[in-house]
Write a protein that binds this ligand. Sequence first.
Ligand code: NAD
Length: 456
Amino acid sequence: MDHLRELLAKQKAFFHEGKTRETPVRYERLRLLRDAIRRYEPDIITALRKDLNKSEYETYLTELGVIYEEIKYVMKHLKTWTKPKRVKTPLMLFGSRSYICPEPYGVSLIISPWNYPFQLTVSPLIGAIAAGNCVVLKPSELAPHTAKVINQMLTGIFESEFVAVVEGGVETSSALLDLPFDHIFFTGSTRVGKIVMEKAARSLTPFTLELGGKSPVIVTEDAHIDLAARRLVWGKFINAGQTCVAPDFLYVHEKVKEALIIRMKTEISRAFGENPLVNPNYTRIVNEQHFARLSGFLNDGKVIYGGQKDEEKLLIAPTLLDEVTWEMPVMQEEIFGPILPVFSYQEIDEVIQVIREKPKPLALYLFTENRETGKKVIESVSFGGGAINDTLVHLATPYLPFGGVGPSGIGSYHGKFSFDCFSHQKGIVKQSTKIDFPFRYHFSQSGLKLLKKMMK
Ligand code: NAD
C-alpha cells in the first residue's frame, strides 16, 4: 500500500504550505463543495437508487437537504469560529492576555458506512475543511455507486493533496489506519470502532468514533398516541430501518399498547402501502448477508404486522414483533433493519432498569405528555442524544452535538461541534514584558507568603 503512504506524505506537505488554514480559502472550498453537490444531485440520486433503492424523497431529506443546511450554517459562522478567542487571565498572570487558538489537526482520515453513504461521508468532510484540514476519505465499499460519485465529484473540484477519496474495503481501511494520520473520524459499527480505537492508540492519534447500538423508544400511558405512532413509524422505517439512530425496540405502557399498535399499522400502510414489497420507493436491504441476518430475526417472537420479504429484491416489509424476550437473537445485537420488537411495561422504573443494564445507546426517544416522566428518563439513563415526542430529529440541527457515549461512540459533531471535532484547541498566554512580578521566582524572599495569598 505504498501509494497510500505517498498520498499521506503529499497531503502533509500540502498542509504545511498553510493554504488550508486561510479562512477565505476554507470558505471558498466549502462553496465549491456546495456547488458541486448541486451539479451532481441527479448522479447522487441515481447512485443511491442503485445502492439501496433509496427514493428521491428520502435522498433529499436525509442525504442532500441536511448537507445543504450544514454547509450553509458552517459558511455563515466560519469567520467567527476560526478567530482566536480571547479568554480571562487569572490574577497570577496579571498583565498578560490569554487566547484559545483553534488549529487544524493536519491530515484527517474519514471512514464512513453504507447506510447514509453520501451524508455520512460529506458531513464530516465539511467539518474537516472548515477546521482547515486535509482529508483522505474512505467511503463504504457496500455502497459502491455512491462511493464512485463522491470520488468523481471531489476529484473534479479538489486537488488530491487536499482531499482524496480512496475506494476499497476492509483491507484498504485497515492499511489506512496503519498510517500516521493526524486525526481519525470513523462512523460505523461498535465492533469495528474497537479496531479503530486500538489502531489509533498505537500512535496516540486523536480520534472520533460515531458508532451504533440498540436505541430504545418508550411510549407512556399519557402519550399522544396518534402522533407517537406516526413519528415512530417514520423514524423506524425510513431507509428500511438501516439508520444508526433508528428506534431499535419499543417499550409501551400496557394500557396503551393495543391502541398504539393499531395506529402504527395504519401509519405503516399509509406510508408504504398495503404491500410495501411492490412499492417502488421502498428502500431495500443493503446486501444478501444483512438480508439473511434480518430474515432470521423474523423467527423471533410473533410477527403481528408485516413479515413479508422478497429475497431477490432484498426487501423486507416493515414488521412489528410481539412476545419477544431479551434472550432472542433479535435482542442480542443492533437490528439495523425494518423490524421493531414491542415490549409492554407497567412502571417506568422497570424500563429505566432494563436500559441501564445494557450498553449506553446512541439514541433514546420518549413519547409522553408528562414533564416529570420526561425529566426522570432523561436524567436517569445515559445515551448519546435523543428526542421527546419525536424520533431522529435531534440530528437534523446544527445547534446540537451529535454522537454517542461509550459503546455508542466517542466525540460528537454537526455545526460548531464539527469544527471543534476537527480542531485542536491551542491555549496561548501572551505575557507582558513591561512588568515582571518577582514572587513566583526562586529568588523571591516573600514569594511563598504571596503565593499562599494568591493561590488558595
Ligand atoms: P462497519 O463498521 O462494518 O463499516 C464501516 C467502515 O469501516 C466501512 O468503510 C468499512 O470498509 C470499514 N471497515 C469494516 N471492517 C473493518 C476493519 N476490520 N478494519 C478497518 N475498517 C473496517 O459499519 P457499516 O456496516 O458500514 O455500518 C453500520 C454500522 O454503523 C451500524 O452499527 C450503525 O449503527 C453504525 N452507524 C453509526 C452512525 C453514527 O453516526 N453514529 C451512522 C451510521 C451508521
